[in-house]
Design a protein. Structure first.
Length: 236
């Protein structure tokens, strides 16, 4: 607990330069331990191609943004699908700042141990399975158990960086304070879906939380404020 709080209090708020609209968000994340999800998607709704290639959907300004968010987070969370496909480092390299704790959600415990985050010593990696954190049967039960476990360890500021299934589960569990979707002007034609959410029959029933947009080079980031959004929809 003390370690995360200390890191947070000593963390200066990154400066987004010309993308000054983002500075308010960074200040809020630095001040308060929120849970924020992010996905970078094509204009036709994919976060990776049919082969799972996602390097890169969005442009360099959005990558800088991701690294600023990592630097402010106590922990960055990804699903095992992302670890297996991308073998990410999940460290802060494009901006100044400390590396967050890296968390892999892997209920069935199938992650490949040769993945970089399990082998390097750039930052701590926490591997969460049904064995390490007992939870109920439903996918969102596991997500709730994971957040409770991390909070117990003093990790309150969480950045959920993908993939689509993991961010969707956090949304369905009602755990996200903010959701960021960065849309890139690229057409992929098919591939890994971004958000999934239960279908509604009428537009009037659609989830339409307060939203602001920030231009990031050619991309546009949509940031949804989910405080007060309905809790626990049945994504699974
Ligand atoms: N553009 C972007 O922003 C972005 C970001 C990250 C990743 N990606 C891309 O997205 C793809 C991976 O995304 P994805 O949606 O397929 O996978 P994912 O969200 O990374 O991982 C999903 C998998 O994690 C396990 N899992 C995690 N939490 C779970 C829970 N609560 N309940 C049940 N299972 C849980 C399940 O694995 P099992 O089914 O094996 O149990 C599930 O299939 C990759 O191609 C990657 O390149 C893109």
């Amino acid at each position: 607990m003390a370690q995360a709080a200390k890191r947070r209090s000593g963390q200066s708020v990154p400066d987004a330069g010309e993308m000054h609209d983002l500075n308010g968000l960074y200040a809020a994340f630095a001040a308060k331990p929120m849970i924020i999800g992010h996905l970078g998607q094509s204009i036709d709704g994919h976060i990776a191609t049919t082969t799972g290639d996602s390097y890169y959907v969005t442009g360099p300004e959005n990558l800088d943004h991701l690294h600023r968010m990592r630097a402010l987070a106590d922990a960055v969370i990804v699903g095992v699908g992302t670890v297996m496909k991308d073998d990410p480092k999940l460290t802060v390299r494009r901006v100044d700042g400390p590396n967050p704790v890296r968390v892999v959600l892997d209920p069935e415990g199938g992650a490949r141990k040769s993945a970089t985050i399990f082998r390097d010593d750039a930052a701590e990696t926490v591997w969460l399975t049904r064995e390490t954190i007992p939870s109920g049967e439903e996918p969102i039960d596991f997500v709730h158990a994971a957040v409770a476990h991390l909070r117990q360890r003093g990790l309150g500021g969480l950045f959920v960086e993908g993939g689509g299934r993991t961010v969707s589960l956090f949304l369905a569990a009602g755990l996200l304070d903010r959701l960021q979707i960065t849309v890139a002007p690229v057409i992929v034609g098919g591939g890994v879906p971004g958000l999934s959410w239960p279908a509604v029959p009428r537009m009037a029933d659609a989830l339409r939380p307060p939203c602001r947009t920030v231009a990031m080079g050619q991309d546009v980031l949509f940031e949804f404020d989910l405080a007060g959004a309905p809790n626990e929809k049945g994504a699974g």
